[in-house]
Ligand binder design. Structure first.
Ligand code: ATP
Ligand code: MG
Length: 565
């Protein structure tokens, strides 16, 4: 567990906390919470919120809770609760014994609502939801008072109790705060606090037929838990006056709500509602499809918690919405895997090579470096023999300009091996496809250098045909073609921007023998091809399936050179 990676600078959130510390507003305490609604799997945007909440708390010697904001029973499920907890842990954070559910507070919230009614600050309203909308007014026009606004306290108490007792059908009545229908902030125009919903709840079953709204629940849950700083995204800025109003009316412990900009990533949608559409329409293979920006998808793809945390700390928090370049996230996973991932040889699209002057049946063990970035990872042996596979792309009969790899008559190096020269090639008569190369090797060049100092222009990866293991690899591209998938013409939705080629499945790939024991979730660098992670679900019964986490070329490094960050 690493909960306190330092933030690089003092941002506006930490400035507020520093001030609260200096005025002793909360007795030196910092207590935050991560409050997911269990209506989908967590995505990389939630990671930003988790890192911020847990990170800030740890920096100030404080603590952070996880609280399920489960006030909307129709969309919530236990499956989501379980995946969310798994993902928070995986990301490297721990709530100890501080796991809470807003639904645990339903009794208490009901009592608070009764209190508001008694104080003349809430009333039961018989307007339908459409009527409430009409009465609410607009940004330029004030709203109109509900005809039910001046009910007596007794009548309100009686009706609210009947609501709770299930005496009315869904939507017939609501409990509303009695604030100000002329407020310039529409949120403050007598917002709904409770609605009737005859829907069983994933935790409280059918104990309740009325459910509190987010606005009423959130501030009070924060208060009950003694949260000091309630960090949320910018769209709740207009709700802050209501957050404060409820707590002030009830005169309970009063946390400070602070809003920050949510994470938006290019070529990505970060909305559980939209991600659910992709899952339900079968466009992706579940919430953990390696193309999904969910934490479970990124994990299956081979992303590490470290890389995601580093990314989140790097982007920091701000007050303005922007779209972060996905290349930046990719930069952080490359950076982390470069340190961590053992190098191996793997050929994605094999071309058979026969070394004609190498003794048939002979096998040599060549020494290969496991990670040039980390000497402690040592070396391993890779077998070399007279029949190899190289990448189809690494040979051209007629080379394009500047092609440095193998062509007829040219000499290249085999990684950790010998220099080889192509002396002949065989074509499939029907298709014209090149199916086999004949090469000679120079026994003097073992280890990759010629004693006479002659140079070659390319080093190719390869595997020994007799020793290699056949595997499947899955190569991924961005799920969306547009920088902002939500930017669509009228009548279309974000799905019109889907990339039809976001996955390419390659069967009949060959990897070196040492991967026979590769365990699910392990990530390797296939030299020259990128980072690959053993898919924990598709790899079964001796079949190995690798997801390409990311290719090797770091496009962010180039961008950053031009525009230093
Ligand atoms: P979505 O729009 O994906 O459904 P949400 O805001 O409804 O997200 P919640 O489960 O309510 O999802 O979010 C839990 C916490 O994570 C909230 O505090 C929310 O503000 C924060 N959060 C959600 N999305 C992002 C994001 N893209 N960037 C930063 N924080 C986010
Ligand atoms: Mg939400």
């Amino acid at each position: 567990m690493n909960q306190s990676e330092p933030s690089s600078s003092t941002d506006f959130v930490r400035t507020i906390i520093n001030e609260d510390m200096s005025t002793d507003k909360y007795g030196g305490r910092v207590h935050t919470r991560f409050p997911p609604e269990p209506n989908g799997y967590l995505h990389i945007g939630h990671a930003k919120s988790i890192c911020l909440n847990f990170g800030v708390a740890a920096e100030y010697g404080g603590i952070s809770n996880v609280r399920f904001d489960d006030t909307n029973p129709s969309k919530e499920e236990t499956e989501y609760v379980e995946s969310i907890l798994e993902d928070v842990h995986w990301l490297g954070f721990d709530w100890d014994d501080r796991l809470f559910y807003a639904s645990d507070y339903f009794d208490q919230l009901y009592e608070y609502a009764v209190q508001l009614i008694k104080n003349g600050k809430a009333y039961v309203c018989d307007l339908s939801s459409a009527e409430i909308r009409t009465y609410r007014g607009t940004l330029t026009e004030p709203g109109k008072n509900s005809p039910y606004r001046d009910r007596s306290v007794e009548e309100n108490l009686d009706l609210f109790e009947s609501m709770r007792a299930g005496e009315f059908p869904d939507g017939l009545r609501t409990l509303r705060a009695r604030i100000d229908m002329a407020s310039p902030n529409i949120t403050m125009r007598d917002p709904v606090l409770y609605r009737i919903m005859n829907v069983p709840h994933h935790r409280t079953g059918d104990e309740w037929v009325i459910y509190p709204t987010y606005d009423f629940t959130h501030c009070l849950s924060d208060s009950i838990e003694g949260i000091t700083h309630s960090l949320c995204t910018l769209e709740f800025e207009n709700n802050r006056p209501l957050y404060d109003w409820v707590l002030d009316q009830l005169q309970v412990f009063h946390p400070q709500q602070i809003e920050f900009a949510r994470l938006n990533l290019s070529y990505t949608v970060l909305s559980k509602r939209k991600l659910l559409q992709l899952v339900e329409a079968g466009i992706v293979d579940g919430w953990d499809d390696p193309r999904m920006p969910t934490l479970s998808g990124l994990r299956r793809r081979g992303y590490t918690p470290q890389a995601i945390r580093d990314f989140c700390y790097h982007i920091g928090v701000s007050k303005t919405n922007s779209i972060i370049d996905i290349a930046l996230l990719e930069h952080f996973i490359r950076k982390d895997l470069n340190q961590r991932a053992p190098r191996v040889l793997g050929v994605l699209r094999p071309l058979r090579v026969v070394i004609t002057n190498y003794p048939e049946g002979q096998v040599e063990e060549l020494e290969a470096i496991n990670n040039p970035e980390d000497e402690t990872m040592g070396t391993r042996k890779v077998p070399f023999s007279s029949v190899l596979y190289i990448e189809q792309d690494d040979f051209r009969e007629v080379p394009p300009p500047k092609y440095r790899r193998l062509i007829p008559g040219r000499e290249v190096r085999l990684r950790y091996g010998y220099f080889i020269t192509c002396v002949d090639f065989i074509k499939d008569e029907k298709t014209g496809e090149i199916v086999e190369l004949h090469c000679t090797y120079d026994p003097e060049t073992r280890g990759g250098n010629a004693p006479d100092g002659r140079k070659v222009k390319a080093t190719l990866h390869w595997v020994s045909a007799a020793h290699a293991i056949e595997v499947e690899t899955r190569l991924y591209d961005r799920l969306f073609l547009a920088n902002n998938p939500d930017d669509v013409e009228e009548g279309l939705d974000f799905k019109s921007n889907l990339n039809p080629n976001s996955i390419e499945i390659l069967k009949g790939c060959f990897v070196e023998q040492s991967l026979a024991e590769a365990s699910p979730g392990r990530t390797y660098q296939f030299e020259r091809q990128g980072y690959f992670c053993v898919d924990p679900i598709a790899s079964q019964n001796g079949k190995l399936v690798f997801n390409r986490t990311i290719s090797l070329r770091d496009s962010w490094a180039k961008i950053a050179k031009k525009n230093p960050i």
